[in-house]
Design a protein around this ligand. Structure first.
Ligand SMILES: NC(=O)c1ccc[n+]([C@@H]2O[C@H](COP(=O)([O-])OP(=O)(O)OC[C@H]3O[C@@H](n4cnc5c(N)ncnc54)[C@H](OP(=O)(O)O)[C@@H]3O)[C@@H](O)[C@H]2O)c1
Length: 317
């Protein structure tokens, strides 16, 4: 039987790091892209304005906490494949919006989950709420499984190379201050371009009928401590001025809570960082790099190459 393929795609999170790159990569492979956004006037950092204008892109309003808007977007676009994100604000783990996608005719769904969700089946359903982010991602995966989309790919990436310039940097300080909680925490620094590249491939052509889980990570040789990653950032981007003095775990928790985050989230993240000090091992990491080779036909992007590619963004901070 010929493999299913889709060329009219609904991409949520277009204004975000991975979603924007999924849209761009799928467009480069010839697809029409409906950029599903809560606010369609927002800038899309991954897609240059001239590329968006000249290309086969259409912005469409949709909010994953609002099933009616999702139903409208599917009906209007006629898309049968959709890329979606975890939305913590959705109290029903996005079930109503997912149902709107399925009832509207979406057959192929790609969900940006997380490598921390390491299990399937009964074990996936047994992840307790105390495992915060793993639980939340698992609940969306379960909702998609329950709705029986013909094709479902769960992308489970490791630690994004973009974390340092996003949540990892306090731009309100002069000079900007790196958020380093444990200098010896380790990360693989997978490039969002690689996550999105695989996402685009499976959005266009789902790997199998039913569910496919794809771990995504950089190679073991790319695993670095926070201290070493920040030293490279400073060296390659020329931003030697960035303050890389570590922040105490408690000071960081208090800061994040003061910004409105429930305390359980930073506490959960501290546990994840603490675990990473023992190294990034496990079959998920091996499968992760192999999946990039399999779906993109090349090695995962190294952190140095990633930083070279994003140098200007660092210089413009
Ligand atoms: N960072 C990591 O190391 C890591 C590792 C594994 C997995 N992940 C997962 O990756 C995701 C973050 O990816 P990212 O860095 O690409 O995120 P991002 O840049 O923060 O983008 C998030 C996107 O989601 C959109 N969004 C938020 N609420 C929405 C809603 N109600 N309806 C529709 N769209 C909505 C945002 O749109 P607006 O512009 O409207 O806000 C934005 O486009 C998280 O789910 C995280 O758990 C991250």
């Amino acid at each position: 039987m010929a493999q299913e393929s889709y060329s009219n795609l609904l991409v949520f999170g277009a204004s975000g790091t991975v979603g924007g790159l999924v849209a761009l990569a799928a467009h480069e492979r010839g697809a029409k892209i409906w950029l599903a956004m809560r606010d369609t006037s927002k800038a899309i950092k991954a897609i240059p304005n001239d590329v968006e204008k000249a290309g086969n892109f259409v912005r469409i309003q949709a909010d994953l906490t609002d099933p009616t808007s999702v139903a409208n977007a599917v009906a209007h676009s006629g898309a049968k494949a959709a890329f979606i994100y975890l939305v913590l604000a959705a109290s029903d783990h996005q079930r109503a919006s997912l149902k709107a996608l399925r009832d509207g005719g979406v057959e192929n769904i790609v969900f940006l989950s997380s490598l921390g969700v390491k299990v399937e089946g009964a074990a996936l359903r047994a992840i307790p709420p105390s495992k915060l982010m793993w639980f939340r991602n698992a609940q969306v995966e379960i909702a998609i499984e329950d709705l029986a989309f013909p094709h479902f790919t769960a992308l489970r990436p490791a630690s994004f190379a973009s974390n340092y310039i996003n949540a990892g940097l306090d731009r309100s300080s002069t000079p900007p201050k790196a958020t380093i909680i444990f200098e010896d925490a380790q990360a693989d620094n997978i490039a969002p371009e690689d996550i999105a590249g695989v996402g685009a491939v499976v959005l266009l052509t789902p790997p199998t009928a039913g569910k496919t889980t794809l771990y995504l990570s950089n190679t073991a040789a790319e695993t670095r401590t926070a201290k070493d990653s920040w030293a490279l950032i400073k060296q390659i981007t020329g931003r030697a001025d960035i303050d890389t003095t570590p922040t105490s775990p408690e000071a960081w928790v208090q800061k994040v809570v003061a910004q409105g985050m429930p305390e359980a989230f930073p506490r959960f993240y501290l546990g994840v960082l603490d675990d990473s000090k023992r190294g990034l091992v496990g079959p998920e990491y091996e499968a992760g790099a192999a999946n990039i080779r399999k779906y993109l036909g090349r090695e995962p992007m190294g952190f140095v190459e990633y930083l070279e590619k994003h140098k200007v963004e660092w210089q413009n901070i």
